[in-house]
Design a protein around this ligand. Structure first.
Ligand code: GDP
Length: 331
């Protein structure tokens, strides 16, 4: 049993860049225990003045597009520039598989051993919103610990892209050549969220195909309406295998930052994200309170079966449960 740390010890350890304490603080944040929540809150408040300094990058793409291979190569490129990088993940599938996309130790092995890099597996949780809140908090801890680049990886299969887009400065979409968008399951909406698209595996026989795909996406993006931040998402090609295209992608991100700082959108985006985060937190909190309430727990099954048997409408069921919840609050 490890000795419990005080909030102060967590805060000082994190700010000093102590990784063991950072990891423990993240575990604390992920904890569902009421006691832990209170210290976690204090730790977050304590480190807050030391946060916000990193470039926050979201990376998505379908399974097999080469995300982990790319992040490892890109991460090594960033550490070669003497910058500290943290890699986090939001994995909507981890609940089902009881594993996580970042779970197996073989992923990003080289980066994991880099003293300037920190890789943290995806937190588990019952809702995407809950997992997202923990990832946001983890991101702040990493920033306070001195990480200058934060990468948040997600599998391009659902709502998680929107969630990641809502917590990063720059959103990178990885795409395969030679497979249509439909084949890749990439929705138009996800392409619209991208600040850049990179065609992966542009090496060997695949090189020409990647170049062709690049032109197709350049044309496709032209059809999208211009964004308010005046940024035209570039399409690039890269190979994690040959380590090509990585410098260019980092340059695009750096240019984006300069431009957004100048036109005010860097700050504006973060301000909007802060408000959304507050709203998400409230929703998450109320939802937890509601479903953990004993009266609700006791009634949930019988009300559900009435809805299933069509004895009552879903909305009636919801109102019965809500009424019982608010009544139980007043007792
Ligand atoms: P993820 O599921 O998106 O994380 O994809 P992975 O990083 O696991 O890569 C999927 C497969 O693509 C693996 O077999 C990789 O070896 C291969 N791959 C990844 N990057 C490259 C690349 O730059 N070039 C080539 N030729 N293959 C790659």
């Amino acid at each position: 049993m490890q000795k419990r740390l005080t909030a102060e010890e967590y805060i000082n350890g994190i700010i000093a860049g102590n990784r063991i304490i950072l990891s423990r603080a993240i575990t604390l944040i992920e904890s569902q225990l009421e006691n832990d929540r209170a210290i976690a809150q204090k730790v977050l408040e304590g480190i807050l003045p030391h946060t916000g300094g990193a470039v926050r990058i979201g990376i998505t793409g379908v399974p097999g597009v080469g995300k982990s291979t790319f992040i490892e190569a890109f991460g090594k490129h960033i550490t070669s520039l003497d910058k500290k990088i943290a890699v986090l993940a939001i994995d909507p599938t981890s609940q089902r598989t009881k594993g996580s996309i970042m779970g197996d130790k073989t992923r990003m092995e080289e980066l994991a051993h880099d003293s300037l890099a920190y890789i943290r597996p995806s937190p588990s949780g019952s809702t995407l919103g809950g997992v997202a809140n923990k990832t946001r908090e983890t991101m702040l801890l990493c920033e306070a610990a001195g990480f200058e680049v934060i990468i948040i990886e997600t599998v391009g299969v659902g709502q998680s892209e929107t969630v990641v887009k809502g917590m990063v400065d720059f959103f990178l979409l990885l795409m395969l050549s030679g497979a249509g968008d439909e084949l890749q399951g990439i929705k138009r909406g996800i392409m619209e969220m991208a600040d850049a698209i990179a065609i992966t595996k542009a090496d060997g026989d695949n090189n020409q195909k990647a170049k062709n795909a690049r032109m197709e996406y350049v044309h496709a993006l032209h059809l999208f309406p211009p964004t308010p931040n005046n940024w035209y998402p570039p399409v690039l090609t890269c190979s994690a295998l040959e380590k090509s295209g990585l410098t260019e992608i980092w340059q695009v991100i750096s240019d984006f930052k300069v431009q957004m700082l100048q036109n005010g959108f860097w700050k504006k985006n973060r301000q909007e994200q802060s408000l959304n985060w507050m709203h998400d937190y409230i929703k998450q909190y109320l939802e937890n309170q509601f479903f953990n309430d004993n009266v609700v727990k006791n009634n949930l099954e019988s009300v559900s079966s009435q809805v299933l048997s069509e004895a009552i409408l879903p909305i009636q069921g919801a109102n019965i449960l809500l009424d019982s919840y608010f009544k139980s609050l007043h007792h």
